[in-house]
Ligand binder design. Structure first.
Ligand SMILES: Cc1cc2nc3c(=O)[nH]c(=O)nc-3n(C[C@H](O)[C@H](O)[C@H](O)COP(=O)(O)OP(=O)(O)OC[C@H]3O[C@@H](n4cnc5c(N)ncnc54)[C@H](O)[C@@H]3O)c2cc1C
Length: 368
């Protein structure tokens, strides 16, 4: 019978590379295990393992905050942080940004990766265990749930999905090289940086978020141009009205951005009219993609209800999903705010809701 995390690791994970351990007191047994125990193929892990109270899927402000709260509630959370691949980076979106200036508690701002590392360390110090593995399947149809990682699997009494969302990018020559050097996907995050102030900025998109980005940027920029490939916008009438009424904003219709130029930061952009094929070069300091976000939910294979925007549907004012004991936190369930602080806030809520639900279920078991 396996009773503790350290026994669990000791027995099942003698040779897994990339395994990160959790609470400090677990580290020595794992290190010993790495040296002393024979190899066990992780794929052969039996499903009869004792379920863990809480498994958290994803990494980022929502996941690490949930891990802090769940660990402090003695729920021994295991975090599947995701592995390093072309499409994902453990730590989440903030790993790709230099400066975060709107997260409370850091009057001079803080580097995105440092903020993430601090949250992660706090979660580990609170007692959470971390696995740098991507979850490939989650069987939410049986209980306890079964979470299948790339190498390991784990049963869980409660699951918190905090896999975030990826801002959609358009493949434009120069965009990759100048990402976060004038090219961004978040006006609220980056728009007020000195780099953009009093300069001509470009927004790509035609929906409500593009209008919101343009209106936000217009507070700081000398001019904002929305580049839209059609001759009409998808945005709501109210948003269009606000945009048309703003003297700093213009719309470049029927056009696509064909190149972003610059050495260290964005210096100019080339816009092509789709009808005439005429190209025009504009001086520019920034380009903001506003072409939607894709929530990272593919591994769920439709088991949780999603809303019209593809984010996990949660009950109003709650992180509860369509399946009891499964919670969703952060950008994977938020199509409106998408900020580090709102992600952290919902991570806290998910852990507290999981703790209460598990406690209640335990009380009911005892009573029956
Ligand atoms: C460039 C940039 C700059 C930003 N700047 C700011 C800012 O200044 N201030 C601010 O408040 N917000 C900012 N944001 C927004 C902020 O980063 C997000 O709102 C926040 O990170 C969302 O947190 P999250 O916990 O929901 O998940 P995310 O940060 O999206 O992270 C989720 C992570 O989970 C992991 N994952 C995904 N799928 C799986 C899986 N199947 N198994 C295991 N792991 C998985 C991946 O590593 C993924 O990256 C910025 C975003 C970007 C892109």
């Amino acid at each position: 019978m396996i009773n503790t995390i350290s026994e669990y690791f000791k027995f099942y994970y003698p040779k897994i590379e990339g395994l990160l351990f959790g609470a400090n007191d677990i580290a020595p047994p794992i290190n010993q295990a790495l040296q002393n125990l024979p190899s066990v193929e992780p794929n052969n892990l039996p499903l009869s393992l004792e379920p863990r109270e809480v498994v958290i899927i994803g990494s980022g402000p929502a996941s690490y905050t949930a891990a802090i709260y769940a660990a402090r509630a003695n729920l021994h959370p295991l975090v599947y942080e995701g592995s390093i691949s072309e499409n994902s980076l453990p730590g989440g979106q903030l790993m790709t940004t230099t400066r975060v200036e709107n997260f409370p508690g850091f009057p001079d701002g803080i580097d995105g990766p440092t903020l993430v590392e601090n949250m992660r360390t706090q979660a580990i110090n609170s007692g959470a265990a971390m696995l740098q593995e991507t979850v490939v399947e989650a069987d939410l149809g049986q209980y306890p749930f079964v979470i299948q990682g790339e190498k390991t699997h784990q049963k869980a009494l409660a699951v918190i999905v905090a896999t975030g969302a990826s801002a959609n990018r358009i493949k434009i020559p120069g965009a990759q090289e100048l990402w976060q050097k004038g090219v961004s996907a978040c006006a609220v995050c980056d728009g007020s940086l000195p780099l953009f102030r009093n300069h001509h900025l470009f927004v790509i998109g035609g929906g409500d978020s593009a209008m919101e980005e343009a209106l936000y940027l217009a507070k700081f920029a000398s001019k904002v141009s929305i580049v839209h490939r059609r001759d009409r916008l998808r945005a709501s009438q109210a948003m269009q009205k606000a945009v048309f009424a703003n003297p700093k904003i213009e719309i470049i219709w029927d056009s696509v951005m064909s190149r972003i130029n610059g050495k260290n930061t964005v210096e100019s952009v080339v816009i092509e009219n789709s009808k005439t094929k005429k190209e025009t070069t504009y001086e520019a300091a920034g380009v903001f993609f506003a072409v939607g976000h894709t929530p990272n939910t593919a591994f769920l294979h439709g088991q949780l209800a999603l809303d019209a925007n593809g984010v996990i549907q949660t009950k109003p004012g709650s992180t509860e999903t369509s399946i009891p004991y499964v919670y969703a936190a952060g950008d994977v369930q938020d199509n409106v705010y998408r900020q580090a602080i709102t992600a952290a806030s919902s991570g806290c809520q998910a852990a507290l809701q999981a703790a209460r639900a598990l406690e209640l279920s335990q009380q009911n078991k005892v009573a029956s």
